[in-house]
Design a protein. Structure first.
Length: 482
């Protein structure tokens, strides 16, 4: 094709179409020098066609010949007069080649043609900033602010200038004005919040008040956008204000229901707050929008189990498990939860099956080892296996109150009350010890003939909300019923 097109050009040197075809073929073959030669000829023979000049200039730029490109733009100025496209291209070249003064001169030419064009003023200010002339840039922004005091875009630039100069108070004041403006792009505001205020470790303490004021302004200005409520939720969540964060996330999903990341935050907070009713309700609603998302099924099944709806929990968990693909960590959580729900329904064979599957995925998972061991001890079955698993979980987390209690309870079931007392006492010394641990300790003390102490711990367990069915009778009769 190249040979034919070159022959055609030689046969008819006046035909621009042959030259253009040859030029395009050379470009496609990355032969930029002969392509440039063709376009030089086309512009000379067709001086009134601006698009050919532009193509020629681009070819020079591809070859890293900015001076030649500038000469083409000069020819265009003489032929067609100055226009915005040529001036901006020339400005770009000056910036890229480090000729800031020339770049400033070029934009000032445009400003003379359209003094009221704010976009040219922005480009001028940015050029001053790139040239390290911050004060001149600020003068341009001040002029823009005087002409349009409510222009949010200018306010952002001015705020940034104040921050760079170390004037935090003035910078924040101007930034708030920009955040209150509807003509500033929302994504630009979001970027400022995340990059300047929301750090990986949370909101910096000295910036917390400012961050909340800015997020509140965002909500006031863009309250119909789901993103702003999600962002407010992120700030509150980082600040450990869980209930307020949850409300913000709920507002977000009320506006736009198909953003899973926001729903997920609600699920995490419900879980942290142990708000099982809300979790069941909200995960149930989310299933309408994410019917194939296994994490939603997991949280829904977990909530039902916590609400003692074990049969329903098993149905939901089994459905979600079937959707879990290439996610062994979540699959293991499903097996643990199914094992626990089956235990509650006294389906011990199913319980063992699911816990064994969990430990097949991760034989060293402390939670699975501990829970399996505890439920075996409650069944008074496979106690040697239970003791081995419990010891293994303790080797992973030796100060965990729940794990200490489990091992102590296994020793209790085995009749080793003295050793049991040591482990359960250590669990009690942990500030996270539960009412169940207190009741267990009372049982051990009773077996050690420390009856008065035993009754005191049973009473503490009752005061701390224990729902153990036989606890009231133990307290009333002052003795252990087995």
């Amino acid at each position: 094709a190249e040979t034919e097109s070159v022959k055609a050009v030689k046969l008819d040197d006046k035909n621009k179409w042959y030259k253009l075809l040859a030029g395009e073929i050379y470009k496609f073959q990355k032969k930029l020098a002969p392509a440039t030669e063709m376009y030089e000829k086309v512009t000379q023979q067709n001086p009134d066609e601006p698009e050919y000049y532009m193509e020629l200039a681009e070819l020079y730029l591809y070859q890293n010949k900015p001076t030649d490109a500038l000469k083409v733009y000069d020819r265009m100025d003489k032929q067609f007069g100055t226009n915005e496209e040529i001036a901006l291209q020339r400005h770009r070249i000056y910036i890229e080649t480090g000729k800031s003064d020339k770049a400033i001169e070029e934009i000032n030419k445009l400003i003379k043609t359209e003094p009221e064009n704010a976009n040219y003023q922005y480009i001028l200010a940015e050029t001053y900033l790139k040239a390290g002339q911050e004060d001149k840039a600020f003068d341009v922004y001040k002029t823009l602010m005087q002409k349009n005091p409510n222009d949010g875009k200018t306010q952002l630039y001015v705020a940034e200038y104040y921050f760079r100069k170390g004037d935090k108070a003035q910078g924040l004041s101007t930034l708030k004005q920009a955040f209150a403006s509807k003509n500033v792009d929302l994504d630009q505001k979001i970027k400022i919040l995340y990059t300047q205020y929301l750090m990986p470790e949370g909101v910096a303490e000295d910036a917390k008040k400012d961050a909340y004021e800015l997020t509140n302004l965002l909500v006031q200005t863009h309250g119909n956008d789901a993103k702003v409520h999600a962002i407010q939720g992120d700030f509150l969540y980082q600040d450990k204000k869980l209930e307020e964060a949850r409300e913000a996330y709920r507002k977000s999903v009320a506006i736009k229901k198909d953003i899973f990341a926001v729903w997920q935050q609600i699920f995490f907070i419900n879980n942290e707050l142990r708000d099982h009713k809300s979790q069941e309700k909200e995960t149930g609603e989310a299933l309408e929008y994410f019917p194939n998302n296994s994490l939603v099924y997991f949280f829904n099944g977990l909530a039902k189990s916590d609400l003692k709806k074990y049969k329903e929990a098993i149905e939901v968990l089994e459905s979600g498990l079937a959707l879990t693909v290439e996610n062994p960590a979540l699959e293991m959580q499903y097996y643990i939860s199914l094992g626990e729900a089956n235990y509650r329904l006294k389906k011990y064979e199913q319980m063992d099956k699911y816990f064994d599957k969990a430990l097949t995925i991760d034989p060293n998972n402390a939670l699975a080892l501990n829970n399996y061991a505890y439920y075996l001890s409650e069944r008074k079955q496979k106690l040697e296996k239970a003791a081995e698993m419990s010891k293994k979980s303790l080797s992973k987390d030796p100060n965990n109150a729940s794990y200490l209690d489990t091992y102590g309870w296994i020793l209790y079931i085995q009749g080793n009350y003295t050793e049991a007392e040591k482990y359960i006492k250590k669990a009690l010394d942990n500030e996270k010890a539960s009412a169940d641990v207190q009741e267990h300790y009372g049982d051990v003390l009773f077996k050690l003939n420390r009856t008065d102490e035993a009754i005191d711990f049973w009473k503490k367990a009752k005061e701390n909300g224990s729902e153990s069915p036989g606890l009231g009778k133990k307290i009333a009769d002052k003795k252990l019923h087995e």
